[in-house]
Design a protein around this ligand. Structure first.
Ligand code: URA
Length: 246
């Protein structure tokens, strides 16, 4: 029996960070989802918080217990939940966290810095969606002396794989004989975007750290350390992902 209806099944699965809504619909149609022990293949079915939902026999977590974690990802760590090559993953750092959380976007193996992890799938999807334009700020140490014209190029946008990046904020933080330190803020999240932008202007990235993600920063954490977000931080994220159509 299915308890008092509240939300559509596919929406609940997506909201709990398990899959996108489209993927959740696929799971349902292909008979992989059970509600209170019974396979459900219809998309219209509504469920409440009391209903036990399983995908491939695994029960999915309850919506009420949203968890938001800020990790200072070290270098040489993968952002995925498991790695076929057996490398350290971000989850290896989250000792004591019982809830299954998923990273909001990813940082490269060689990139360190701020990574948000949560089981709030709806918020994660919004934060990653370009239309919400969450600003991400990086400190990049690059090879060579970055001249003003290259800074201007970065600010205006760089053509990567045939598509220009949107304007970036760029500051030169310092220089020494062989390298330049830059602060770069972007709103998009294309694969290896900052590294590719820097490569394109002839200044390969030697070190990359994400220092801010929207209203969040790394203050007080060292590589490998994490903390839960404060209520105020969660509220700030909710405010920037507020959807006027809902
Ligand atoms: N841009 C990159 O090149 N790498 C990251 O990890 C994040 C942004």
């Amino acid at each position: 029996m299915i308890h008092q209806a509240t939300e559509r099944l596919q929406k609940v699965i997506a909201a709990r960070g398990i899959a996108s809504r489209r993927k959740a619909e696929e799971y349902i149609r292909s008979g992989r989802v059970r509600v209170n022990g019974k396979v459900v293949t219809e998309l219209g079915v509504k469920v409440s918080a009391k209903d036990k939902i399983e995908i491939d026999g695994n029960t999915i977590g309850q919506a009420e217990s949203f968890v938001y974690i800020l990790l200072y990802k070290p270098v040489k760590v993968v952002t995925t939940s498991s790695d076929p090559q057996g490398r350290t993953t971000v989850h290896d750092f989250l000792s004591g966290v019982e809830t299954r959380v998923y990273s909001v976007g990813r940082l490269d193996y060689d990139t360190s810095g701020l990574l948000l992890l949560t089981n709030d799938g709806e918020m994660a999807n919004r934060l990653m969606h370009p239309s919400y334009g969450v600003e991400k700020t990086y400190h990049a140490l690059v090879a060579g002396d970055v001249l003003m014209e290259s800074v201007t190029q970065l600010r205006r946008g760089i053509v990567l794989e045939g598509k220009k990046t949107s304007p970036a904020k760029v500051k030169v933080l310092g220089k020494n004989a062989s390298s330049t330190k830059l602060e770069i803020s972007i709103h998009e999240g294309r694969n290896r975007q900052v590294r590719k932008m820097l490569e394109q202007i002839g200044h390969p990235c030697l070190k990359l750290t994400r220092i801010r993600y929207g209203p969040l920063n790394l203050r007080g954490l060292r590589p490998g350390e994490w903390r839960y977000l404060t209520t105020i931080e969660v509220e700030k994220l909710q405010a920037i992902t507020y959807d006027q159509n809902h």
